[in-house]
Design a protein around this ligand. Sequence first.
Ligand code: CTP
Ligand code: CA
Length: 230
Amino acid sequence: KDFLATKKVLQGKKLIVTAGGTRENIDPVRFIGNRSSGKMGIAIAEAAAQAGAAVKLIIGQVSVDLPQSPAIEVVKITTTEDLFKALQGYFPENDILIMAAAVADYRPVDFTDHKIKKKVDNPNITLELTETVDVLKEIAKTKKKNQLVIGFAAETNDLLTNANRKLASKNADMIIANSVAGSDGAFGNDENQVTVLQKSQPPIKMARQSKSKVATKIIELISSKLKQGD
Ligand code: CTP
Ligand code: CA
């Protein structure tokens, strides 16, 4: 934190962080959601603000308080489509995008505008789902050469294999791989253990530490990447 504050390594940069979980509505009273707490993304927003960046935090469902810093502009979203539209608007004028949000992979095919009632004659119901847009992948396609796009990979198994696949398939400059398995996993915890993947560079495995410290190190890596000019 001190290092970032004194060096202001992102001074003059505009950065977007997405955080929390998206929700897909089923009917007026129900939705599909996930266990994201928002803590990792919020920690990154705070570290980036410390480093002097102008930060936009695009945030879905979280289980913690939102940051109050004047250096962080908070934009609330609900669905994956909301998130996509917000980024289509904001990304072109920003230097860095960090996708820490836990984005729903599927949404109901139909939104039912009334509360779905229990069936009297059949204990089973089927909810038909369809894929959401891969926000990171689509936004990264529009990336200019001076912009950086950073994704996360949430895995329960085969962490590096899966995360490396995401680095390639999503055209990201960096993937931050973290485990979401069990009670030590990233979701909800104040600590995280991440491995940072970048094209043609060895993986950087960080020690398990507070999300705030992880965030500071991610910002340092991003600032040195910006200096390298790639
Ligand atoms: N992501 C996204 N849009 C989606 C799904 C994911 O932008 N519809 C982003 C996440 O914010 C994250 C990265 O893609 O930065 C990887 O998300 P993850 O859930 O780990 O991977 P998926 O590509 O969704 O694959 P899977 O869930 O099957 O592992
Ligand atoms: Ca996913």
